[in-house]
Design a protein around this ligand. Structure first.
Ligand SMILES: [Ca+2]
Length: 459
């Protein structure tokens, strides 16, 4: 089905997309004629959706309004959720680099070696293929904007046509040493005193979309927000700013501006938007990221729920029904096969892709696309079902109290249900066999490879 020409006009809480479907269909035909081949659509005569992947940094579920945050307000992200589907059991790795490697390769860390931050920096394009490469092969224009750490090389070495990247994490102003310069398509530029990196990123993303709106595009929009060190935003009060709340609000405002831009460009129906956090709330912020007065168990960098559970919202009006909440387990390796299916790309047969496509679930032809997620950092891992979690040491946890509590179930206290869960999840781990893959060589923190903690891998 060509969503461009047949999707109904929809209203997203104040964001009206005025249908000009015939014009867009003509544009698609024109593009096909221009290129002379349907291969730009991934072998399909229908234009695949634009893909905008917004990745917030260190933003946990307790920082997002529609997840029940007590303290933080995110009206624009909430509006995005109302227009699409919000996942309550989305899992990724509990640290930036390993999490991003899962998203971009669709493969677990014990296969790629991306078990800690340093190891992510050792990934090689000759060995691993990023989502951007597959999408470019299918005719997408690909752009990466924002944080590129902890990946090595430049986005252009990994399949991105265009990029703006800064160094490290959490760059906002040039007052930060790592914020003095940034790189645009290989050219280093100075961040000036009047420039604010989140605004700069927004402008680059909008510019990219405007220039490539006549063909399918993939935007990897990798935010500074809300990784530390946090600074006052342009909207912060001069006196006693609440840095976390202010930065969340500013990020939220920019997402609202992006949605408005897409609405003005008549691109909402033809664009799949993903909003996700790359890992749970950081340690310094986790006590305040409560939901219903309760703190999550664990935080960024831990193997408890607050490490790997992240906010995830997908919006694609006309395909994904609005206002949905999914309690199905979702794993961040799933984006690669999902996006490849949408682009018409056949997955490679020379390697294991761990992710499973979400497309049938989104189209309503399948209830849930998977029963468990796998989470790894360094030499620790677990497999997580909706109600249970089993780790590398064979410890089973009853997750009925998640995300606030997880209860160890000693084997001696097994019920018939827990005994079955133990066997079922152990069979999953046996099948994956993480210990038989690339073993972590680091200090166990998930940050460093083969050396002590006093390195400079960032987080
Ligand atoms: Ca992060």
């Amino acid at each position: 089905m060509d969503v461009l020409s047949t999707a109904p006009c929809v209203q997203i809480r104040g964001l009206t997309e005025i249908g000009s479907t015939s014009m867009r269909s003509l544009s698609a035909v024109f593009w096909l004629l221009l290129t002379g081949s349907a291969v730009v659509w991934g072998g399909s005569p229908d234009r695949p959706p634009n893909l905008i992947f917004i990745l917030a940094d260190d933003l946990g579920v307790g920082n997002v309004g529609c997840y029940g945050s007590d303290r933080y307000r995110t009206p624009q992200i909430d509006r995005l959720a109302q227009s699409g589907l919000r996942y309550t059991r989305a899992y990724t790795a509990p640290l930036c680099g390993p999490s991003r490697a899962l998203i971009m390769t669709g493969r677990y860390a014990f296969r790629t070696g991306a078990t800690n931050q340093d190891r992510v920096g050792q990934l090689k394009p000759a060995a691993e293929t990023m989502l951007s490469v597959y999408l470019r092969q299918a005719g997408y224009r690909t752009g990466a904007f924002g944080k590129w750490s902890q990946f090595p090389l430049q986005p252009s070495d990994w399949g991105f046509d265009e990029y703006l990247r800064f160094s490290g994490s959490g760059v906002y102003r040039n007052t930060d040493a790592k914020g003095e310069s940034y790189v645009v398509n290989g050219e280093s530029r100075r961040l000036t005193a009047d420039q604010y990196m989140p605004d700069l990123l927004h402008e680059r993303v909008v510019d990219f979309i405007r220039r490539h709106r006549e063909q399918p595009f993939f935007v990897y929009y990798s935010l500074s927000s809300v990784h530390g060190e946090l600074l006052p935003t342009p909207d912060s009060p001069a006196v006693e700013p609440d840095l976390m709340a202010d930065n969340i609000s500013y990020m939220d405002k920019l997402i609202g501006k992006l949605l408005s831009e897409l609405g003005q460009q008549n691109l909402l129906q033809s664009t799949l938007i993903v909003f996700m956090g790359d890992n749970g709330t950081g340690k310094g912020q986790a006590d305040e990221a409560t939901i219903g007065g309760r703190r999550l168990a664990g935080q960024k960098g831990t193997m408890q729920e607050g490490g790997a559970l992240v906010p995830l919202i997908v919006s694609w009006p006309g395909v994904i029904a609005g206002g949905g909440v999914s309690d199905g387990v979702m794993d961040s390796t799933d984006f690669l096969p999902t996006f490849c299916e949408l682009a018409g790309v056949t997955l490679p047969s020379d390697r294991v892709i761990d992710g499973r496509s979400l497309v049938a679930e989104w189209r309503g032809t399948q209830a849930q696309h998977r029963k468990w997620a796998f989470v790894q950092l360094a030499r620790n891992w677990y497999v997580r079902e909706a109600q249970w979690k089993l780790n590398q040491a064979g410890e089973l946890f009853d997750m009925g109290g998640a995300p606030f509590a997880e209860s160890l179930v000693p084997q001696s206290a097994d019920t018939p249900d827990s005994r079955e869960a133990r066997q079922r999840l152990q069979a999953v781990l046996d099948g994956l066999n993480p210990a038989g893959g690339i073993l972590d060589d680091g200090d166990g923190s998930g940050r460093h490879a083969g050396r002590k903690k006093e390195g400079n891998s960032g987080d």
